[in-house]
Ligand binder design. Structure first.
Ligand SMILES: [Zn+2]
Length: 549
């Protein structure tokens, strides 16, 4: 009895110590693997085209229709995974006029193909589906459909599905690694409403029952969560931006009552395009145009159809996230969500774990925007101001294969990491060439964090592997420890990953010195006794005076 009690106590003590190791992330399920990994039933086929053709019924809060999926066979196989989340349900699947059998495993549907799938062949499948999709309670943070009324009592409807996935409302290959090369989105709505989706409006059909079908065509690869419907009593205006690749059509769709406000406020879009074409290169979807579409929620980076609900005011719902004043110099949603056209829509993560690529670069784009119009000090003040939002709770990289992204720190720890990197590179033109080079090299691709890191390492010529390990995959803030004794400065990095060697500029009694610390103590002999070390505020790191002064 006694013996087993002591074993129990030991186990309990052990659990107390190891529990935090397991508390880092939730337990993953079979469904997480089906959703987040490239399963054998996904691996053998490459998406080329979707035609999503749906009817949206605001009275029943129902979506029904078909998705035609065209794909290229990479390996012969006959079992295909397509995702569709309950309560949406597949009704019928056809290939070459033959009805196919399928079974459901949670959110994944496995379709047994009958036709031979020859390598290289381009095949098509038609899925009929219907249901009352999940209603979003807190869009865009919570995925689903938002069924609202505008101030005139007219339906105002939108989809949001980042994170939870497009399969919330339509059947698709819901993994970020694969995107269709193009897509047609056909949306049938009651006669008093307009649907605005991605890409360009090809045509509108007037149907005998008084409803309209809007056909939107996207001629570029599109990520799944970027596909969207926005349905309401929209009015439209447009202009043309003369950009790096020539004239860019800009279209604005807003609720009827907001037209005059929008015509003034949406001039911000041209400022955004000017700043981001400078830093990142040409807008990545000239063929599909640029659109700002009013939505019944804050906003989202829907590709070539950026949704907007920031109330026609500057800041983030009128607030400055940095608390420096600079955040009120621009409309956060127009700048941030449109910035995602470069990082998120053109350069897309190939696994949810790498979502930091989208958010780090685009949180950083906020201060590049400020840098372009208000100068370096404004941009530095802003990004440093946002440090108060960093929690250092989990790494900004998530876990691959289970649809699990990293900490919300991917925004402002991410932007501070990139701001720090700009200091390390120490050459703004080189830094801009790297940002533009990323957009050229990975144009319209899905990528891993490794590819982005390797590119920056190669182009900068710097040993940045420990730097990325520290800021992407660790939660600690590196600490520069130092001791000043008369004319000698001793310093090293601590609280950091193995091999951490980030250079850092410091002022010694006002004189700037670039230190190259490692984890071993280094010594610097100074010309005269020094009393004070002040780190350059642009580096995201802490300092600790070991003499305690
Ligand atoms: Zn974002």
């Amino acid at each position: 009895m006694k013996r087993s009690l002591s074993i129990l106590i030991s186990i309990a003590v052990l659990l107390i110590f190891i529990a935090p190791l397991f508390a880092q992330h939730p337990a993953f399920t079979h469904q997480d693997t089906l959703r987040g990994s490239i399963t054998p039933e996904r691996e053998w086929w490459d998406l080329t085209y979707y035609h999503l053709d749906i009817k949206v019924d605001p009275v029943e809060k129902m979506i029904s229709g078909t998705n035609e999926i065209t794909y290229r066979v990479l390996k012969p196989d006959t079992m295909m995974q397509v995702d569709l989340q309950p309560p949406m349900t597949m009704i019928r699947v056809d290939q070459n006029g033959r009805e196919l059998s399928f079974r459901r495993d949670g959110n994944a549907w496995f379709i047994r193909l009958e036709k031979a799938q020859d390598i290289g062949a381009l095949n098509t499948l038609l899925i009929e589906y219907a249901g009352k999709p999940k209603v979003s309670r807190r869009p865009p943070w919570d995925g689903g459909i938002t069924w609202q009324k505008d101030s005139n009592g007219i339906d105002f409807i939108a989809s949001t599905c980042e994170g939870e996935g497009a399969s919330l409302w339509w059947p698709c290959k819901d993994h970020p690694a694969d995107e269709p090369d193009s897509m047609l989105i056909s949306v049938n709505v009651p006669g008093n409403l307009i649907d605005v989706s991605n890409g360009r409006l090809r045509r509108v059909d007037d149907l005998p029952d008084g409803s309209h079908a809007f056909h939107w065509f996207v001629s570029n690869p599109i990520n799944h969560y970027g596909v969207n419907i926005n349905i309401g009593d929209y009015v439209h205006f447009s202009d043309v931006y003369q950009g790096e690749k020539g004239p860019l059509d800009c279209d604005y769709w807003v609720l009827r009552d907001n037209l005059e406000k929008a015509k003034v406020h949406f001039k911000e879009a041209h400022r955004m395009l000017e700043a981001f074409e400078h830093w990142f290169g040409p807008y990545p979807f000239y063929e599909d145009s640029y659109k700002l579409v009013e939505a019944p929620y804050l906003g989202m980076e829907h590709q070539s159809s950026v949704t907007y609900g920031n109330g026609y005011q500057n800041g983030y719902l009128g607030r400055d996230l940095s608390r420096t004043g600079w955040g009120l110099k621009f409309d956060f949603i127009i700048v941030h969500e449109s910035g995602h056209e470069w990082f998120a829509n053109s350069i897309s993560n190939n696994d949810a774990a790498e979502m930091w690529i989208h958010e780090a670069f685009i949180a950083y784009s906020e201060n590049l925007f400020l840098d372009y119009f208000y100068g370096k000090k404004a941009s530095a003040d802003y990004v440093i101001g946002t440090r108060a939002l960093i929690r250092n709770d989990r790494p900004i990289a998530g876990i691959r294969g289970v649809n699990y992204s990293g900490s919300g720190d991917m925004y402002y720890k991410g932007s501070n990491m990139l701001h720090t990197l700009r200091q390390i590179i120490g050459d703004d033109e080189k830094w801009r060439a790297i940002l533009r080079g990323l957009n050229k090299t990975f144009y319209h691709q899905t990528v891993s964090g490794d590819q982005i890191e390797s590119y920056i390492i190669e182009k900068s010529g710097l040993d940045l592997a420990p730097f990325f390990n520290q800021f992407v995959r660790d939660v600690r803030i590196p600490v520069l420890e130092y001791i000043i004794q008369d004319s000698t400065l001793r310093y090293r990095w601590n609280n950091c990953v193995r091999g951490f060697n980030m250079p850092i500029a410091v002022a010694l009694d006002g004189k700037t010195v670039l230190l190259k610390p490692t984890m071993r103590w280094k010594e610097l002999a100074l010309d005269k006794p020094v009393s004070r070390l002040v780190p350059d505020r642009n580096y995201y790191a802490a300092t600790f005076n070991l003499t305690g002064e």
